[in-house]
Structure formats: structure tokens, C-alpha cells
Design a protein around this ligand. Structure first.
Ligand code: K7E
Ligand code: CUA
Ligand code: CA
Length: 643
């Protein structure tokens, strides 16, 4: 799909494709049908790249003067925190950038035996008692204040179970998960940028029958979905807006006035061909102040047992604006200057640039045609999915089918739209292969610094040692600090990140705690329970029996647990509470009971607990799972379950 020249110049960047996007002309529906098959999409951009194997020179070549390097020498810290969505693993990963070293994992929707996520009572309070087996997370976004990352929380969606989670950035632990009612599959997720987060916006992607009570499969008129706003402080769903069509990705402005979502299924189609019928679908803009006013006025209904106000935002509503754009659009990204928002055309080779001030004008009644909010619609290449920004007026758009990233200039695209003969395209770079999101350092905030871009590629094909039929994704690090993009490193990742955020370490490095505060709410309920048992968890190691319920309290200090053994009876419900009284950085203990499915991590200052039924008689050793001391192997004890 590329010019010959692009293959020769390989990954290190290539010349601008001079205003010749016409050859990638608007794709007709017939052509799309063949592309829509997974094989078609996958192969289209992959051809003729085989000759690049083994020529990964640019990846590790010493950085020339003025070029950025991914090399972070031993003992040095990465400049950026990357928060990687873990996709269908259900977790979030912390990755150092530019080294692309994985620093930590944060279990969110997934059980994780390492720290006992899904095992401990503290995590079950977050997950719910009957938590589903995992999640599918796509979009991590940090809370903001006035368009700057504020280091409080990271929010993330679960498409698989229609949920939204919140991660506390001080301890890097998930502290709330909210089920979103009345919709199915939360996909797009964003935060309100100003004055602060504020709302967390969440798209219900799939259309479902209303009510979804097992009667309707084939009556599309009964199908609907909603846009949801959660309160980022309480994690309650604040309100929902019924929309026409479906909802894919979402974005917010920099003034705190609007949210905006893409819709690829304006057709209301129930199968693939019918979702590709229309040449244009739309984005829908939500006027937050008007929605809040309508809620206040009582202009809503509630559905079933849910108390969430549901407003009607379908065509004709005073608080929504539907802007027709081509075709099955996907990502939507606001520019960090606060002026524009770009919808990515996916089945159209274009992106659509809308101006927020014109959206103001439309809601003020000054514009007749919703399309008057569009100020540019540049053609970039095949399969535009997501756009990132460098803070210098350029957009970087992933081209899924072309396996490229297009760098283009926003003001030039606007000038070209106005009829001027300017070339808005700056450069295209090959990526390997099939990029979904790309994300720039600080690029979704006013502090976009135009240093790094990560391209999150769905296919890695030949880039890594074979790992079996399942291949890793390939997250490529690209230097965007100069005039031309330069590929710097490949980063294999476990499926499937979708999206990341990259923030400068200065925003977080002093906010992250190195040990737990004793009054942390994460385990406050457990400590309160101990108090009711007259236990000081920092000092007491003791067994308390209440009927068939047994509470085993113990301290842990390297290399010894406060109890060398304890006794329970078969059939007892046992709660073990362990408190790490080592106030030493990095001395975490674990508590694992052999053959009982129990493991939990207890970091400095923490209290952790797990409850289980003692259903097997015998002696069961418990031991520490984090190597904490020279005598770590000896840090153990015995539970006797009496027959
Ligand atoms: Cu493009 Cu879920 Cu953001 Cu995947 S979404 S790529
Ligand atoms: Cu405590 Cu190992
Ligand atoms: Ca469509």
C-alpha cells in the first residue's frame, strides 16, 4: 500500500506524500465489504514489509545529537510514566517511557494472585462479592484540573461487563468499580477536563432492546443505548442521555462545557453490512450545563430499579448536537490548544476537524447546519482511527489499514478546507503493524510537550521471537521532537492495550506513597473490625472465636509472623488478618496458606485480610510469598484444622 520509497527508507521516517491523497480516494461501500473481513484488514498494510526484518537498525542505533533515545542507563529513572490499559487482561500496567520497561501491574477487573486481588476482603469490597472473571479495559484517563493532569485518579472502562473503575494514584490501587445500568458494553471513556474531573464520561457501545427482557431480537426500533456521566468523586452514575445510533469513543473539551462521542452505527444496524450503509454517520455533542439544568428541572425518567436520571437526547433535543461525518468514525481527540476536536473516519480516509467555538455558536442558535461546526476534513490515508498531538499544531493520526502514522498540520488543513492550496500532510511513517491508538507525551492535556509518541500496533507478525500462534502486540516508541518522526524502539506487550497515557514523572513522583498510611480507607473496615474485637493490629497476634466464625489476627515483621500456629475447626469460617509492621520501604510480605487458595500481599504499613471456609482437616503451612529477608524461607507457620 506504500510508495516504493517508503519501503526503502524503512521505519526511520519517509518523505511527505505530496498532496496526493486522491489515490486513496473515498472508499466505496463495495470495497469496504472485502476490507471488513479480519484478513482483509490485517493484510492490507502488511505487504512488502518482510524485507525490513533484521534491519531494525534504527531501533537501537545510538541517538544522534538532537535525537531522543530510549536508553535509560541502570540506576536512572524514566522521564515519563506510561499507564497502559491491559485490554482483555482486565488490568492496568505502569510502564516507564522511554525505556518501555514494565514497572508494575495494577489489577483492576481481573483476579490476581500476586497481590490477592479477588482473594482479600479489601479487594472484594471493590470488586463486589460475586465479581465476574475479568474485564476488557481500553481507555485509561487521569483526572485533570483545568486541562492539566492532577495525579488523583485514573479511570478505566470495562467493556466486557459494562463497568467503570477508578485507580488511586497515591497507592496505585483500584478503589472503586461502578456498574453502569441501562446499557451494555462501556467502551469510550474520558474525563471532564475543567474546572476539574468532575464527570467521567462513558459510552454504552451496543444497542440493546428496551426493556431488555428477553423478547426482542429482531426489532431494531426497540434498540437503544445511552451516554453516561459518572461523578468522579463518588463514582455514582450522575445521569444518562438516551441517543440515536450507537456510541463508540468519547472526548471532552478543555472548557468543561461539552462531551462528544462518535457513532459508527447511525443506521441502527444489527449486522456488519448494515452498519456500513450510510456514507455519513455522526458525532453527538452533549451540552453539560443544559443537561444539568434538565436534571434539576426533573426533566427525566428512571428505568426499573435504577435511580439514575435518564434524559432524552435523541434528535430534536435541546442539549445534544448531531454532526454528520464520514464514515463509521472511531476515535475522537481534542487538540491541546483547546480549540478543535478531531473525529477519525475509519472507513473514510479523512478526519473531521470541528471547532469548539462553532459548537458554542450552534448551541447559541447562530448556526443553522450542524456541518457548519466543521472547519476541515483532511484526507490522510486508509483507516484513520485515533489522533494525538504535539502541542505545536500538528496531529498524528494512526492509519490502521495503511500501517502508518500520518503527521499533519491542523491550521494548514483548515486553510486547505477553505480553498487555499497548501499541503497539510507533513510526513508518514511506517509502523509494524496495524496501529489502533497512538498517544503523545502529555498530549491529552494543555501540557502536550511533543516529545514521544507511542503507536499501539495490533499485529507484531515478524518483529519478535515466535511465541506460538498468539503474538504479542507491538507498541512502538516514536520520537516526535523534531521535524520528522523517528522510530526508536519496539515494545512487545501482552494483549491488548488499546490505549495509554504518558505523563511526565514530575506530576506523580512525589505523590506516590512508599508505604501505606495506617488510616488508609482501603483497609479501614478491617481495622475497625479488629477494634471491635479489642485488637490493636500493630501489636496483637491473637485468635478470636465468635461461634463458627474465627478471626485470626497476626503481625508480620521480617522474618516472622506474629503467630507460629493457630487452630480452627473444620467447617469454621476463618478470617485471617495480617498487618505488616515493618515500616521499611520495599519490605512487602505475603501470606499464603498452602492448598487453601489464599495469597495476599501486605506492603509496609498495610493490613490485609482474607476469609475462607476451613473445609479440609489437617495441618496447613502458611508462608510468606514476598522475599523479604535472608530468613524469608523460614517465615512460616501452621494452621491446624481440627476434624
Ligand atoms: Cu480504538 Cu477501544 Cu480506543 Cu481499541 S478503541 S484501538
Ligand atoms: Cu516476609 Cu518473606
Ligand atoms: Ca455506519
Amino acid at each position: 500500500m506504500h510508495d516504493e520509497s517508503s519501503n526503502k527508507s524503512g521505519q526511520s521516517g519517509q518523505s511527505v506524500e505530496p498532496g496526493n491523497p486522491a489515490r486513496r480516494n473515498f472508499m466505496k461501500t463495495s470495497a469496504l465489504a472485502s476490507l471488513a473481513g479480519a484478513a482483509g484488514l490485517a493484510l492490507a498494510g502488511c505487504g512488502r514489509k518482510g524485507d525490513q526484518v533484521g534491519t531494525a537498525g534504527p531501533a537501537k542505533a545510538a541517538a544522534a545529537a538532537g535525537e531522543l533515545s530510549d536508553h535509560v542507563p541502570p540506576g536512572q529513572l524514566d522521564e515519563y510514566y506510561g499507564f497502559w490499559s491491559g485490554g482483555q487482561s482486565g488490568e492496568v500496567r505502569i510502564v516507564g517511557v522511554p525505556s518501555m520497561r514494565e514497572l508494575m501491574r495494577i489489577p483492576v477487573f481481573n483476579p490476581d494472585f500476586t497481590i490477592g486481588w479477588g482473594v482479600t476482603n479489601e479487594s472484594k469490597r471493590v470488586l463486589g462479592p460475586n465479581f465476574p472473571p475479568g474485564g476488557d479495559c481500553h481507555h485509561p484517563h487521569m483526572s485533570q484540573t483545568d486541562g492539566h493532569y492532577d495525579g488523583r485518579y485514573i479511570f478505566i472502562n470495562d467493556k466486557a461487563h459494562t463497568r467503570v473503575a477508578r485507580i488511586r494514584c497515591d497507592v496505585m490501587r483500584t478503589d472503586r468499580i461502578t456498574d453502569v445500568p441501562n446499557v451494555q458494553a462501556i467502551h469510550g471513556l474520558r474525563v471532564q477536563r475543567a474546572p476539574r474531573t468532575g464527570y467521567v464520561f462513558a459510552n454504552g457501545e451496543f444497542l440493546i432492546p428496551a426493556p431488555n427482557d428477553g423478547r426482542d431480537l429482531d426489532d431494531p426500533k426497540k434498540y437503544q443505548t445511552m451516554f453516561s456521566a459518572l461523578d468522579g468523586d463518588t463514582m455514582e452514575v450522575a445521569w444518562q442521555v438516551l441517543v440515536d445510533g450507537n456510541l463508540d469513543n468519547t472526548e471532552a473539551d478543555y472548557a468543561g462545557k461539552y462531551a462528544i462521542s462518535t457513532c459508527y452505527n447511525s443506521e441502527g444496524g444489527m449486522d456488519l453490512p448494515s452498519t456500513m450503509q450510510a456514507e455519513r454517520d455522526w458525532v453527538v455533542v452533549f451540552d453539560i450545563a443544559r443537561i444539568e439544568a434538565a436534571v434539576k428541572k426533573g426533566d427525566f425518567k428512571t428505568i426499573g430499579s435504577s435511580k439514575v436520571p435518564v434524559l432524552d437526547g435523541r434528535h430534536g433535543s435541546s442539549f445534544t448536537l448531531y454532526i454528520p461525518i464520514p464514515k463509521n468514525p472511531h476515535g475522537i481527540n481534542a487538540s491541546p490548544d483547546g480549540k478543535y476536536v478531531v473525529a477519525n473516519g475509519k472507513l473514510s480516509p479523512t478526519v473531521t476537524v470541528m471547532e469548539w467555538s462553532r459548537i458554542d455558536d450552534w448551541f447559541a442558535g447562530k448556526l443553522k447546519d450542524p456541518r457548519d461546526t466543521v472547519v476541515a476534513e483532511p484526507e490522510l490515508g486508509l483507516g484513520p482511527l485515533h489522533t494525538a498531538y504535539d502541542g505545536r499544531g500538528n496531529g498524528y493520526t494512526t492509519l490502521f489499514i495503511d500501517s502508518q502514522i500520518a503527521k499533519w498540520n491542523i491550521e494548514d488543513a483548515i486553510a486547505a478546507h477553505g480553498g487555499k492550496k497548501v499541503n497539510y500532510l507533513r510526513q508518514k511513517i511506517d509502523v509494524a503493524y496495524q496501529p489502533g491508538h497512538c498517544h503523545s507525551s502529555m498530549g491529552e492535556t494543555r501540557d502536550a510537550d511533543g516529545k514521544w509518541l507511542v503507536s499501539l500496533n495490533k499485529f507484531s507478525k515478524d518483529r519478535f521471537l515466535p511465541t506460538g500462534p498468539l503474538h504479542p502486540d507491538n507498541d512502538q516508541l516514536i520520537d516526535i521532537s523534531g521535524e520528522t518522526m523517528k522510530l526508536v524502539a519496539d515494545g512487545p506487550v501482552y494483549a491488548e492495550p488499546h490505549d495509554v497515557i504518558l505523563l511526565h514523572r514530575r506530576l506523580l513522583i512525589d505523590k506516590v506513597k512508599k508505604s501505606w498510611e495506617r488510616d488508609d480507607p482501603f483497609f479501614a473496615e478491617t481495622v475497625a473490625m479488629a477494634k471491635r474485637h479489642d485488637i490493636n493490629v500493630l501489636a496483637d497476634s491473637k485468635v478470636i472465636r465468635e461461634g463458627r466464625k474465627v478471626f485470626v489476627y497476626m503481625t508480620s515483621a521480617a522474618p516472622i509472623f506474629g503467630l507460629g500456629s493457630f487452630k480452627v475447626k473444620k467447617g469454621d469460617e476463618v478470617t485471617v488478618v495480617v498487618t505488616n509492621i515493618d515500616a521499611v520501604e520495599d519490605v512487602s510480605h505475603g501470606f499464603c496458606i498452602t492448598n487453601y487458595g489464599i495469597n495476599m500481599e501486605i506492603s509496609p504499613g498495610a493490613t490485609a485480610s482474607a476469609t475462607f471456609t476451613a473445609d479440609k482437616a489437617g495441618v496447613f503451612w502458611y508462608y510468606c510469598t514476598f522475599f523479604c529477608h535472608a530468613m524469608h524461607m523460614e517465615m512460616s507457620g501452621r494452621m491446624l484444622v481440627e476434624a
